[in-house]
Design a binder for this molecule. Structure first.
Ligand SMILES: [Zn+2]
Ligand SMILES: [Zn+2]
Length: 398
């Protein structure tokens, strides 16, 4: 049995148990079938013999916790179609490039959860031509690619066009993916005869495992390509001009359909996701489609009312603050926020904050004392009633 058979065989079905079966259930199912199908009870019955082998093979994997976990992981990925691009190894002579080419090292690890698993993965896939049957199903869609772009606050509000750099794995142009120095060729691995797997006998059965001499690739590169150091894969950089729509927020992902990696054998291209990182603005903030702005005003401006000149992302506007405006009130300048393509427009929200002077000139102090003499204090009667109630006796430190 080779590792790639794992992808094609349903060991649970062979033993007639559910995928969620416990170790005991698996053991019972195996023992029952093994008794029924044992060659001693079925002399000359080829079918029973084959089934007996299949049942033993399935039990060997499912009775071993580690193997069962790996098998489950592989099967679920296989069913999800993740292995389909494996066939691409066939286009890279010798197949040396297939794993890097398809999954791109780190990105592959993140995507399929764990370096341990990617090791397993690379072992299977570096077989190139030995890709599993599932890999030959129809054209495969290209991989989605993610990149990010840093935007100035104003560009995010107004929309802009930005060049973004996309890095994705590709086949080395120098060696066309075979990993060998130009003018040389990879040679067939003498240990495995080029198929990447070697057989190992264990009891009545023969198992196959990846060839150690060629790490399952099937070929050996004597002189490595100087460009890709023998891996056959390189990181390719593309620059695309991306239209950023008005109103993009920090952390938002912009999807560009069909701008990811090209598909395999005529498959459609993947999508490009551009993660927007918006730099804060020194004066404006954002609240959805509204822009926010805080403006300090003097007490007397709030008392008398004032016409404030306030900046917007376009020309400045004049905003009337009515007499008697309390500190913290927010005034709305209509239509000066984010203008969406569909016609929705946000506002500019101006919050006025009364600034209390810390240092007063002698004249200002005299004027303020004169004012205090005439001005009423804020009414605090509504608090007085509560201040007469008995104290709890404690001292509170916030
Ligand atoms: Zn190369
Ligand atoms: Zn080999």
């Amino acid at each position: 049995m080779s590792s790639k058979d794992w992808l094609e065989k349903d060991f649970y079905a062979v033993l007639g148990v559910a995928k969620t079966a416990t170790a005991d259930e698996i053991k019972r199912a195996y023992r029952k079938l093994a008794r029924e199908l044992h060659p001693d009870h079925n002399p000359g019955n080829r079918e029973a013999e084959e089934r007996f082998k299949s049942v033993s093979e399935a039990y060997a994997v499912l009775s071993d916790d580690n193997q069962r976990r790996e098998y489950d992981e592989m099967r679920s990925l296989f069913e999800a179609g993740a292995f389909r691009r494996g066939a691409r190894g066939g286009t890279a002579p010798g197949g040396g490039a297939s794993f890097d080419d398809i999954f791109g090292g780190q990105a592959g690890d993140q995507r399929f959860g764990g370096a341990g698993f990617s090791d397993l993965f690379s072992t299977i896939f570096s077989g190139g031509g030995a890709a599993p049957g599932g890999a030959r199903r129809g054209p495969a869609r290209g991989r989605d690619v993610e990149t990010d772009v840093i935007l100035e606050f104003r560009d995010a509000v107004k929309g802009t066009t930005k060049p973004v750099t996309v890095r994705s794995p590709g086949v080395c142009d120098t060696c066309h993916g075979n990993g060998a120095r130009p003018g040389t060729r990879p040679r067939t691995c003498p240990n495995c005869g080029g198929n990447g797997f070697v057989s190992r006998a264990q009891g009545a059965f023969s198992f196959s495992e990846p060839c150690r001499d060629c790490q399952g690739v099937g070929t050996i590169v004597d002189e490595k390509c100087p460009e890709c150091h023998g891996t056959g894969g390189v990181t390719k950089t593309r620059t695309l001009n991306v239209r950023i729509p008005a109103g993009v927020a920090d952390g938002q992902r912009i999807r560009l359909a069909g701008r990811g990696e090209p598909g395999d054998r005529g498959g459609s291209a993947g999508d490009l996701y551009v993660l927007a990182r918006v730099r804060p603005d020194p004066i404006f903030g954002r609240s959805g489609d509204d822009l926010t702005l805080t403006v300090p005003i003097a007490y007397w401006e709030a008392a008398f009312g004032v016409d404030l000149r306030v900046p917007t992302l376009d020309a400045p506007v004049t905003l009337r603050v009515p007499a008697g405006t309390p500190s913290g009130r927010t005034l709305r300048v209509r239509g000066k926020g984010v203008a969406r393509k569909d016609g929705r427009v946000g506002d500019l929200l101006v919050t006025v904050e009364i600034e209390v002077p810390k240092d007063l000139t002698a004249d200002a102090r005299a004027a303020l004392e004169n004012y205090a003499h005439f001005a009423p204090r804020p009414a605090r009667h509504h608090l007085d009633a509560h201040l007469h109630e008995p104290s709890d006796g404690g001292v509170h430190y916030g």
